[in-house]
Design a protein around this ligand. Structure first.
Ligand SMILES: [Fe+2]
Length: 320
């Protein structure tokens, strides 16, 4: 594989110089620019895996520049370099998805190398997933959903079962075959955004910190973005985005309620929850099918669409 190309953007010559020297040793191909405009020109002519940009520069700020990079080259991973005074802006940029990580100046060499390694791992997984989606075949999609699952070994086989349950519900509801086909793809891909969540966070046995939880919650939007990047059945993107919404409006990312939530997402939510409850997780043992059914019934009209729960319980009864 050719060395990944990194673009460094900073108006301070000495910062560019020392970063370049440090990263050159790691075998990366390095491009530099002294402001956002110049950075955009470089990106237009060369594919770049990772952009590291200073926040305070003459002309466009780092955040504004990185937002443009996100719009035009969504697969390129973005890191912000910032002084202590700008940490709030950096955190806001992470929370809005504009930036993958930030690095404070002056930096620690070990830390910067590790952040870059993680960023390139993210670039690699995302580009592979997008490529496979472009090929649009169910086999490739299944293989990839498995790759995401392997990152989270507790969920092995999860996508297969979610697809089976979701299709069972859809058939009971007499949805058109075309809708069922989209639902099948969406079931396999519903958690593909987990490709962007740190492995340690996915496999953590203890309780997540508030920040880790925020990271996990982003997987539905990241999944939507991956599917959109591949121009892959754009109709399934809203299903992936909304698979953690709740019937009573208390879910994420948009707090949609009732029929505002796409039907396919309401179906996946029930299928996903039942399979999660009946599987072992790092933080708890599996519940019995009876216990899981009792929870679904209790959450009818709260977390879940009552009609979907009814159909799913009938499906389970028929397949005993
Ligand atoms: Fe999910």
């Amino acid at each position: 594989m050719p060395a990944p190309t990194l673009l460094l953007v900073d108006d301070e010559e000495n910062v560019l110089h020392s970063l370049k020297r440090l990263l050159h040793q790691e075998g990366y191909t390095i491009l530099t620019a002294s402001n956002g405009e110049e950075g955009l020109e470089k990106l237009e002519s060369t594919p770049v895996a990772l952009v590291i940009s200073d926040q305070r520069m003459p002309g466009k700020s780092g955040v504004d520049f990185l937002r443009l990079v996100k719009e035009r080259w969504p697969e390129t991973v973005r890191i912000m370099l910032t002084g202590y005074a700008d940490i709030e802006a950096a955190i806001a940029a992470i929370n809005s998805g504009e930036v993958f990580r930030f690095i404070t100046k002056p930096w620690n060499e070990g830390e910067i190398k590790e952040v870059i390694r993680q960023a390139l791992e993210r670039y690699d997984s995302t580009t592979k997933l997008v490529e496979a989606l472009k090929s649009s075949n169910l086999q490739a999609v299944k293989a990839l959903s498995e790759a995401v699952e392997l990152k989270d070994p507790y969920t092995r086989g999860h996508c297969d079962r979610v697809a089976k349950y979701a299709l069972g519900i859809a058939r009971r509801l007499n949805l058109p075959e075309e809708e069922i086909r989209y639902l099948e793809y969406a079931s396999y891909l519903h958690d593909c955004g987990k490709i962007g969540v740190d492995r340690e966070v996915l496999n953590k046995a203890g309780e997540l910190t508030a920040q880790e939880w925020e990271q996990v919650k982003k997987h539905s939007q990241m999944g939507e973005n991956v599917v959109k990047q591949a121009n892959f059945f754009l109709r399934i993107a809203p299903l992936i985005r909304s698979h953690h919404e709740r019937w009573d409006g208390s879910g994420y990312p948009d707090g949609k309620a009732g029929e505002e939530i796409p039907l396919g997402a309401r179906i996946i939510a029930v299928a996903d929850a039942y399979d999660a409850m009946t599987s072992d997780r790092p933080y708890r043992k599996a519940l019995s099918p009876e216990e899981a059914v009792a929870i679904l019934s209790k959450e009818k009209g709260k977390q879940f669409d009552p009609m979907i729960v009814e159909s799913f319980l009938e499906f389970l009864e028929d397949n005993k």
